[in-house]
Design a protein around this ligand. Sequence first.
Ligand code: FES
Length: 277
Amino acid sequence: MAKASGEKANGAAAPAAAAPQARGEGRLVRLRVRRQDTADRPETRRWEEFKVPYLPQMNVISALQQIQRDPRTVDGKEVAPVVWEAVCLEEVCGSCTMVINGRVRQACSALIDQLAPKGEVITLEPMSKFPLVRDLLVDRSRMFEDMKRVRAWIDVDGTHELGPGPRESQARQQERYPLSRCMTCGCCVEACPQYNDGTRFVGAFALNLVRLYNMHPTGAMRQDERLESVMSEGGITDCGKSQNCVEVCPKEIPLVDSIAAVARDTTKRMLFGWLLK
Ligand code: FES
């Protein structure tokens, strides 16, 4: 005998298909985007509002992609597509970082259902602590320059013939691992009151990298240079201890602990470093 619609072969009733409204059909996502045509034309700074069709599980990047396909404001005016940056789409590269509803975070992991469960307007702005390129795209070069300043790497060139490096216990590796999750996204410095055009402060991410590479048994061979690099202007003493950094870090890196550890090490070096000379 033919089975009635909705009944499985084993007799169990199949789950009823979700109603179109429950699937979000017909729902629109509203986005208010801060725009600026070029860095040197602040007079073009403005807000533009868009509406795009809702899709289940969509994130801010997929909403921006829909705007890109049909860049039209809520008034029906055709405009230039919004410019933003994204690479990995899985909160690993940090390139899609922007200010969403007033909080700095990654657009690829910002879900529409959580941001606007009742269809609220979602605001998107570029990070404010970096030079603007266009719309939501900023230039994070300052962070990469500061990585060079603090020697955020381990020197292994030319060591191949020296044999295996120093061994490290599992416990030590596990202690260091959370520090290595930094993706240089910029969240910590965007939230930091000390990080701005008027200072040379390197920020929490760079101080965390000093701790990370100094904890590594091979990296520790250059620890003095790393500590020296943050004992001058823009270094550890520029931290105002607001602790905003740890609040916004998407990787939950213990940034305040790292800053405290680097502060201890630089104090020791300041007091006793002359003995090593
Ligand atoms: S695209 Fe890489 S973190 Fe979002």
